[in-house]
Design a binder for this molecule. Structure first.
Ligand SMILES: Cc1cc2nc3c(=O)[nH]c(=O)nc-3n(C[C@H](O)[C@H](O)[C@H](O)COP(=O)(O)OP(=O)(O)OC[C@H]3O[C@@H](n4cnc5c(N)ncnc54)[C@H](O)[C@@H]3O)c2cc1C
Ligand code: SF4
Ligand code: SF4
Ligand code: SF4
Length: 370
């Protein structure tokens, strides 16, 4: 008799992810648990998920499969998205900018993400987009934007420090947007776009691969580059303030490109190398190997572009079609001076270089844990 091989379940997720300290607390396993209605697992107050009632667990393995920190579906995703080492599949790389002053004023870099989402909304190609919205001076929350005004409100990475730094210790640059997905569905016929970090887009692609509802309503995935994410504990923050001689109460904008860039209210800019950010880096991020969001339809970052422009990697046919239409219809522009073949090859080399370094960091962290 052949032994039956049971799918990995939440017990395995505890062993392979939580116990290694690499749970990203994205909430995906809890939101998409097959026993969600009768509640088998929940997010704990301290962060990672835990059993709510072990007897309710169906041992179906969905939580294990969709967790971005497990690599069970790597082969399938790499084949489907034509993965190439460290950069993924790419059809075009370019530097661009939104063709709207209002978007540019609010944007993190060139506002390309918000401009393309605006195009999708205007052309009724989506009912809305899952983005992340500012709430209070620092906090961001997952948000389903259904109007252009809401998209613009969600753009950018500015802080409102009029109330001081109270609450900064609860600020985390990682926003659990996947958990929002189930809550936005009002009809099976909806079409939505999702903006997310590589780990979030990976979870979405795993759900689509497994036909887990409601992943079918996600028609467009706009991925952000991501080297690390941060959690601003009081100690970690103090360490940085002392080392770099500034106060977080002066910070107006935070951006992540080749390093962490803090713009102060007096417009002075402080650049902090990723290696100096150990005190505020989320542990889960050291176990992550995707920098440029290899499974997205289009990926976006600041790395490799001039200030005020977005580096954009078009990866899939769907991505290519919406990008070209947004360009043709004037939602975005590609200034020639930043798009010469020399500039493009420099941009590409930077994205590949960061991808390689992130992979090496992951391999080193993995070795340490074994
Ligand atoms: C946490 C984080 C880490 C990043 N790391 C890097 C990096 O290492 N190198 C690099 O070159 N670029 C990085 N980026 C990408 C870069 O900061 C810009 O988001 C990107 O260049 C797009 O700029 P834009 O002006 O076109 O976007 P905008 O038009 O300003 O739109 C940005 C969109 O992203 C959404 N958003 C903001 N924060 C989050 C979040 N935490 N999770 C999900 N969605 C969010 C907003 O709601 C908005 O829809 C990172 C972004 C984030 C959020
Ligand atoms: S029911 Fe399935 S998805 Fe839910 S905890 Fe158990 S194994 Fe995971
Ligand atoms: S990373 Fe997300 S899906 Fe994986 S165990 Fe943690 S909360 Fe669950
Ligand atoms: S570094 Fe990886 S795990 Fe961390 S937020 Fe970015 S994509 Fe997610």
């Amino acid at each position: 008799m052949v032994d039956e091989v049971l799918p990995k379940s939440f017990d395995d997720l505890i062993k392979d992810v939580h116990e290694l300290g690499i749970c990203g607390e994205c909430g995906g396993c809890v939101s998409f648990c097959s026993a969600h209605e009768i509640k088998a697992i929940e997010m704990s107050e301290s962060g990672p998920p835990r059993y709510y009632n072990k007897d309710n667990c169906l041992k179906c393995g969905i939580c294990y499969l969709i967790c971005p920190q497990t690599h069970v579906l790597d082969k399938e995703l790499n084949e489907r998205y034509d993965y190439k080492v460290s950069i993924g599949n790419w059809l075009k790389i370019t530097s661009n900018q939104a063709n709207s002053e209002e978007i540019l004023k609010n944007a993190t870099d060139g506002g390309a993400v918000t401009a393309i989402l605006s195009y999708l909304l205007d052309r009724n190609l989506i009912n809305g987009a899952i983005v992340s919205k500012k709430e209070g001076p620092f906090n961001r929350v997952p948000f389903f934007a259904t109007t252009k005004e809401e998209l613009i409100e969600a753009a950018g990475s500015h802080f409102d420090l009029s109330q001081g730094v109270v609450g900064l210790e609860n600020y985390n640059t990682f926003i659990p947007t996947i958990a929002k997905l189930k809550k936005v569905v009002s009809s099976d016929m909806m079409s939505i776009a999702v903006v997310g970090t590589p780990c979030q887009i990976m979870s979405i692609r795993k759900m689509q691969e497994l036909s887990i509802l409601p992943a079918h309503i996600i028609k467009y995935t706009l991925g952000l580059f991501c080297n690390l994410n941060f959690s601003f504990s009081t100690e970690g923050r103090k360490e940085l303030e002392e080392k770099f001689n500034f106060s977080f109460s002066e910070v107006e904008k935070m951006n992540i490109k080749e390093e962490l860039i803090l713009t102060l209210q007096n417009q002075k800019s402080i650049q902090i190398d990723f290696n100096e950010l150990g005190g505020i880096t989320r542990a889960a991020c050291y176990a992550c190997r995707d920098f440029s969001n290899v499974y997205a339809d289009i990926s976006f970052g600041g790395l490799g572009s001039q200030d005020g422009f977005t580096t954009t990697v078009i990866r899939t046919k769907i991505g290519e079609e919406i990008y070209n239409n947004a360009l043709k219809e004037g939602y975005i522009k590609e200034p020639n001076e930043f798009n010469t073949s020399v500039k493009k090859s420099e941009m590409l080399a930077k994205v590949i270089g960061f991808g390689k370094r992130k992979y090496e960091r992951y391999a080193k962290a993995l070795k340490k844990r074994q």
